[in-house]
Design a protein around this ligand. Structure first.
Ligand SMILES: Cc1cc2nc3c(=O)[nH]c(=O)nc-3n(C[C@H](O)[C@H](O)[C@H](O)COP(=O)(O)OP(=O)(O)OC[C@H]3O[C@@H](n4cnc5c(N)ncnc54)[C@H](O)[C@@H]3O)c2cc1C
Length: 415
């Protein structure tokens, strides 16, 4: 049986892998020139090297992402320090510390010098449990705000996971992230990132795995409309003509929310977004031992938030960046370079750089937007929705996208 999958981002690929694993034939239609969507690698001519659209961090507690990687045989393409290990620097004071949760669930490490966040009282850690009791609609800042633990660990983690300022971000969306990682202990908090590139880890191995099972990907094939008849999708409109969806065949719609709303009039979807900036500098950093071991550094008190180091390139992420995204690239780079110089001992002159602006990087993780996330099922018998913006209970992350694709496949398989 054939399933047509519209959109070859991670949600579409995850649906495809689940369906192909269950014996379905899958055909993916991708509007762009390559699969991967918001997690992709490409050659940047100005920099003369391959870059990712943005740094992506996974944690070992992202179980659906780990299952997906295992299934496509790509877990070994990830890199990282091999244990829960997060070096930080405060740009305002110059203080440096490394958070190293112990492997087990018992949080003994919160008392251990060299492992815990410095200057934190035990009762601040207990605030994490308050996430589970947060009032509906409460923000991250309302539940967790204040104190050194918040400033030095929870705020940077929350901004990275939710891509929304904690004063607006919904605490209920941070809760599963914390429950599935920090509260499970260090074994669930091992940071992982693509050693070579996002496409080499998350996309190309999936496409090879699918191709070996008869799956097909059509790139440059934007689906412009759905033909609906008798309560089901009966055809897809492409610029080159219609594709019939035969009786017994199904469709997964795994496109961004605004495209889904165009294709399915009446569908309510998130409609407020937050930008993420990624700045790639062609330079060689000389990091200290902790940063060299981790491969990244968390920065607080400046514009730069996370710096990832690869040979010959330093890539910096700035999340929840709507307030910066319309500034000229040079102005953003000058601010971020100032932070990096302090953190990584770089020279004064800004290195050759590329600023990648993802204006609609994720939906804004607010209470109002959470209410607009639709479920997997639609009113049409053979159509399921996927995407990090569907009602996964998680913020817009790789883990959420992969779970959404799996859920869409499971709904269709059950039908
Ligand atoms: C800069 C940045 C940094 C991030 N960092 C992290 C991180 O550190 N950790 C983490 O877990 N997550 C991170 N994320 C989030 C993560 O990238 C996304 O959650 C995930 O990639 C979303 O996948 P998706 O398949 O839901 O959507 P998308 O990737 O948007 O996929 C949708 C696909 O549909 C295609 N499409 C659109 N219209 C059509 C059409 N009409 N016909 C056919 N195809 C169409 C698009 O081209 C796209 O390929 C980050 C995102 C960004 C942008």
């Amino acid at each position: 049986m054939t399933t047509h999958i519209i959109g070859a981002g991670l949600a579409g690929l995850s649906a495809a892998v689940t369906l192909a694993g269950a014996g379905h034939r899958v055909v993916l239609y991708e509007a762009g020139p390559a699969a991967g969507g918001r997690a992709r690698s490409y050659f940047d001519r100005a920099l003369g090297c391959r870059i990712d659209n943005g740094n992506h961090l996974l944690l070992s507690g992202n179980t659906a992402a780990m299952d997906y990687l295992d299934r496509i045989g790509a877990r070994g393409t990830l890199a990282g320090p091999g244990e829960a290990f997060f070096p930080f620097m405060d740009l305002a004071t110059g203080a440096r510390w490394t958070v190293r949760p112990g492997a087990g669930r018992l949080p003994w490490w919160v008392f251990a010098r060299g492992r815990a966040v410095p200057g934190v009282r035990l009762r601040e850690y207990l605030k994490l449990l308050a996430l589970g009791r947060a009032a509906p609609g409460a923000t991250v800042a309302e539940v967790l705000g204040g104190g050194a633990l918040y400033r030095r660990l929870l705020e940077p983690l929350a901004v990275a996971a939710l891509n929304t300022r904690p004063e607006q971000a919904l605490a209920a969306l941070l809760r599963p992230v914390v429950e599935e990682t920090l509260l499970r202990g260090g074994r669930a908090c091992v940071p992982l990132f693509a050693r070579e590139g996002l496409s080499e880890s998350l996309v190309d191995p999936a496409l090879a795995w699918l191709a070996a099972r008869g799956g097909r990907l059509h790139t440059g094939r934007r689906i412009a409309g759905l033909r609906i008849a008798e309560g089901r999708v009966a055809g897809l409109e492409t610029p080159d003509g219609a594709v019939a969806v035969a009786a017994g065949e199904a469709v997964v719609l795994a496109v961004p929310p605004w495209v889904a709303a165009d294709l399915l009039p009446g569908l309510v979807v998130p409609d407020r977004f937050e930008a993420i900036l990624n700045l790639h500098f062609r330079t060689e950093a000389a990091p200290g031992a902790a940063v060299a071991r981790a491969g990244f550094l968390g920065l607080i008190g400046g514009t730069a938030e996370w710096a990832f180091l690869r040979p010959g390139i330093v890539s910096v992420t700035v999340s929840a960046a709507n307030h910066l995204v319309d500034l000229p690239a040079e102005a953003i780079a000058a601010r971020v370079w100032g932070d990096l110089r302090a953190a990584l001992g770089l020279p004064e002159a800004v290195a050759p750089m590329r600023v990648v602006k993802e204006k609609r990087a994720t939906f804004a993780a607010t209470a109002a937007q959470e209410r607009r996330r639709p479920g997997t099922r639609t009113g049409l018998a053979n159509l399921a929705l996927a995407g990090d913006w569907t009602a996964t209970g998680l913020p817009a992350t790789i883990e959420g996208a992969i779970r959404s694709g799996r859920a869409a496949a499971e709904v269709l398989l059950a039908a």
